[in-house]
Design a protein around this ligand. Structure first.
Ligand code: SF4
Ligand code: SF4
Length: 104
């Protein structure tokens, strides 16, 4: 597992940096985010949920059966879309209503 940042997409807003509980993400001199301590990332996914331009991807490696698939999110109103891009290019999309997600 690892977080990867597409620097071509990153607009340097710093939201990922603000929410990372381990302070692992920094903004470089180029005004692009980078992960300073990638080995310390425990995959909480907080950063990918905040990125407004989908520049962050969570790579699902072979260690958890992901075979190089990746995960990102898109927010549409109250709906948070969890999008898995599988290694063959197909997608699995799960919509979560954030207003309902903490109800049991
Ligand atoms: S997944 Fe969590 S721990 Fe890892 S870089 Fe993102 S916010 Fe930090
Ligand atoms: S949240 Fe996204 S756009 Fe903003 S700094 Fe992080 S990677 Fe870049």
């Amino acid at each position: 597992m690892s977080i990867r940042i597409n620097k071509d997409e990153c607009i340097g807003c710093g939201k990922c940096q603000q929410v990372c509980p381990g302070s692992l993400i920094k903004i470089g001199d180029d005004n692009k985010a980078y992960i300073k301590y990638p080995k310390d990332c425990w995959g909480c996914t907080s950063c990918i949920k905040e990125c407004p331009v989908d520049a962050l991807r969570f790579y699902l490696g072979a260690d958890i059966g992901g075979k190089g698939s990746s995960l990102y999110t898109q927010k549409r109103g109250d709906i948070l879309k969890w999008i898995v891009v599988k290694f063959d290019g197909s997608r699995i999309i799960t919509d979560i209503n954030t207003k309902e997600s903490n109800k049991y």
